[in-house]
Ligand binder design. Structure first.
Ligand code: ADP
Ligand code: MG
Length: 710
């Protein structure tokens, strides 16, 4: 683009991708042959020659130096849930004359060897065998991050062990993308498609978050250590009035959002939508959808940027799923669709009957996949914080179901009962079983916010994901289970041959619809009656992460993932172990934080309050006044002190017991069944005391201070 064009572009368009080693930069800087080789590797996979790798590394470094970078890092997603990076300066060993050169070799670009021993591996790599490798993912563009530490070239990488086992989120994601590509193309070919060469999952993740004042945040040890409030009486006003949702954005938040957007645009993240969410101090940011692996990286960048920019504004961004009890928590909506490289969305109902048949097969394959692997999909959103949300009348229940909307459900039901959808609801006669469904995208405006997995016109929206979590796991599961369903359908259709194709497709759609319609639910997912109905239908209900995790290693899951080469059995077992351990550790930290807060802050405050009351009572009575109200208050407070003290002792004991247990499922169960209830028992008297004590005496900012004073 020439300078004129650029000058006429709005600021945001100028900024966009400024710090990204994107296609424009590559085309400009790389020799043609190197550029072509890289494009081929990005599109088709395969290795770069060492010479080309050196050329690309050199150009990437030159570009980074021009933009002020001093360091580079292999940026990866270990199983801790947050990104990891180890920074290396570009400088080479000093030359004999004392100068240094700034270097990045092809080898350094492609492969790194971080000391991997302190990342969770679930037994895949003993600490003495600390070797792990980061390997450049050239499909996700490198970028430069500017922060207080200067400018750093971030190279997205996959992270695996010496023996090739995945130790991260990205490796299985890339594997699952290859699998769905292969199987979807097979299906498309059967429908006569000769033009598409790839099918790629596209993802747009809506991110919810809370913003609080940093000073107040720092006064709450529970927020600092665990990301959520472990104590806190409910404020007089919550979200009852629904006045925050889509409400006017406060000036301080608006300034913050502006900076967040600009940073994200620089990094090539297409941040698009922002608004206030349901709870006070809660907001949402949604980018435009992108290829799944880029969307996963970009969601991490979004979370990091939200946090970093907040600090600069004297704010703090809370990404925990449930920072405050009694008000809505935060989640992430994973919008997912399948797109060909020539721009056709497999989840778009077509305009011709032929397209519609393909669409209906894709749709029923997805129903089958979700029904057969509902436990895995649920597991993919399992997270300690999410346990506080799912099923809590604010988020989907821990039961997987699919929302299709009336029209589609109607079509499916007719197919099931007659074998042919002759008539759509209130519409003209349908041809060959199914005709134009093209206005489904319009119809889908009758949203169902209570469904965990909703069809929204031309995509599915998986609404269960926790706000802190990487969106990699849900997409790995979606890609793989749908690939399996496509695989089976393609096998059957290929065996039937061209002659019997039409007939076989219709039979398949009918059979899949009939066998898996039980997963379809258009009603209110928050209602109690749905829980009963789901049980009747035999759908799994897994309210706790500890129960959900077992889905990873059922024989069905192992067969699925190993057959498609997405996870080995060992990798699945290691992930399960890590999850149990994460659960135990998180609850352990929460329990310890509660004990510390109670011992050092709340009990002393309550005791001081009681002492003050006693002084007043004496003084009042000596003066001949009536201190009966104060006396009652003192009795109440003394009771709470006693209860809190006893609850503290109890929590101490069960935490010690759980801690002593070897890591694994049993330990996680101990934390869930013994420690969590003991934590709740301690919270109750402390919150009650907060309600009766003088505000001046309460040692930490209240819910109202945190949520309404920004
Ligand atoms: P809604 O408000 O209904 O949730 P939006 O249209 O605002 O839906 O989109 C929400 C998210 O879904 C955005 O990140 C958007 O880019 C993404 N999205 C839209 N279309 C698709 C698609 N075909 N595939 C994947 N994600 C999509
Ligand atoms: Mg949405």
């Amino acid at each position: 683009m020439n300078l004129m064009d650029r000058e006429q572009m709005p600021i945001s368009a100028n900024l966009f991708g400024e710090d990204v080693f994107n296609d424009v930069v590559m085309q400009k800087r790389l020799p043609k042959s190197a550029y072509q080789e890289l494009k081929r590797a990005i599109g088709e996979g395969g290795n770069l020659s060492p010479e080309t790798a050196d050329i690309i590394a050199h150009e990437m470094k030159e570009w980074a130096l021009e933009r002020g970078a001093t360091h580079y890092t292999h940026w990866f997603l270990p199983l801790t849930g947050v990104t990891a990076e180890k920074h290396d300066a570009f400088i080479s060993a000093p030359l004999p004359d004392g100068r240094v050169l700034m270097r990045l070799s092809g080898k350094e670009l492609i492969k790194g060897e971080p000391d991997a021993s302190s990342f969770p591996s679930g037994g895949l790599r003993a600490t003495f065998e600390a070797r792990g490798y980061t390997i450049w993912d050239c499909t996700s563009p490198a970028f430069i991050r500017h922060d207080e530490g200067g400018a750093t070239l971030c190279i997205p990488t996959a992270f695996c062990s010496y023996t090739g086992e995945a130790l991260d989120q990205k490796t299985p994601l890339l594997r699952s993308m290859e699998v769905i590509d292969r199987e979807a193309i097979r299906l498309l070919r059967l429908f006569g498609n000769t033009t598409s060469s790839h099918v790629v999952p596209y993802v747009g993740a809506e991110q919810e978050y809370f913003i609080v004042d940093r000073e107040k945040y720092l006064k709450r040890m529970d927020l600092v250590f665990t990301g959520r409030t472990l104590f806190g009486a409910a404020p007089p006003k919550g979200q009852e009035l629904d006045d925050h949702y889509f409400g006017t954005i406060l000036p301080r938040i608006a300034a913050y959002m502006k900076d967040v957007n600009e940073e994200l645009w620089r990094l090539g993240v297409p941040a698009k939508t922002q608004h206030n969410e349901a709870a006070p101090a809660q907001h949402e940011l949604a980018p435009i959808y992108e290829k799944a692996n880029v969307a996963v990286d970009h969601n991490q960048i979004i979370m990091q940027t939200l946090k970093r920019v907040a600090t600069r504004h004297g704010l703090r961004c809370l990404l925990h799923e449930k920072p405050f009890a009694g008000v809505n928590g935060s989640g992430k909506h994973n919008n997912w669709s399948l797109m060909t490289d020539d721009g056709f969305n497999l989840l778009d109902p077509g305009v011709t009957p032929h397209d519609n048949i393909q669409f209906l097969l894709v749709l029923t394959c997805i129903l089958k996949a979700v029904d057969e692997h509902a436990d895995l999909l649920r597991e993919s959103a399992a997270d300690v914080g999410n346990d506080l949300r799912l099923g809590g009348n604010e988020a989907p229940p821990a039961i997987i179901s699919v929302f299709l909307g009336e029209q589609l459900q109607d079509v499916l039901e007719q197919l099931i009962s007659t074998g042919k959808a002759e008539q759509g609801r209130e519409r003209e006669k349908l041809l060959t079983g199914v005709s134009t469904l093209s206005d489904i995208s319009k119809d889908s405006t009758d949203r169902n916010r209570t469904s965990p997995f909703a069809f929204t016109g031309n995509k599915f929206e998986f609404r269960m994901v926790g706000s802190r979590d990487s969106i990699a796991s849900p997409n790995v599961v979606l890609n793989t289970i749908v690939a399996q369903a496509f695989h089976e359908a393609a096998d059957i259709l290929e065996a039937a041959g061209e002659e019997r194709f039409e007939e076989t497709v219709h039979d398949l759609i009918k059979r899949y619809a009939a066998e898996h319609i039980r997963i379809v639910f258009n009603g209110n997912g928050y209602s109690e009656s749905w829980v009963t109905e789901a049980r009747r239908r035999g759908l799994p209900n897994l309210p706790s992460m500890v129960d959900a995790v077992a889905a990873l290693t059922t024989e069905r899951a192992v067969k699925l993932f190993t057959e498609f080469g997405v996870f080995s059995r060992k990798e699945l077992e290691s992930r399960m172990e890590i999850k149990y351990e994460t659960y135990s550790k998180d609850i352990h930290i929460e329990a310890r934080t509660m004990l510390e807060l109670t011992g050092k802050y709340f009990l002393p405050a309550m005791i001081r309050g009681a002492g003050k009351l006693a002084e007043f009572i004496n003084a009042i009575e000596q003066a001949g006044g009536d201190a009966s109200v104060q006396r009652n208050l003192l009795t109440e407070l003394s009771g709470l002190i006693k209860t809190a003290n006893e609850a503290k002792r109890q929590l101490e004991e069960v935490t010690k017991q759980a801690e002593r247990h070897p890591a694994g499922r049993t330990q996680a169960v101990l934390y869930r069944d013994n420690v969590v209830p003991a934590m709740e028992a301690l919270r109750r008297p402390v919150d009650a005391a907060e309600m009766i004590l003088d505000k001046e005496m309460w040692p930490v900012p209240s819910y109202a201070d945190l949520m309404f004073e920004i």
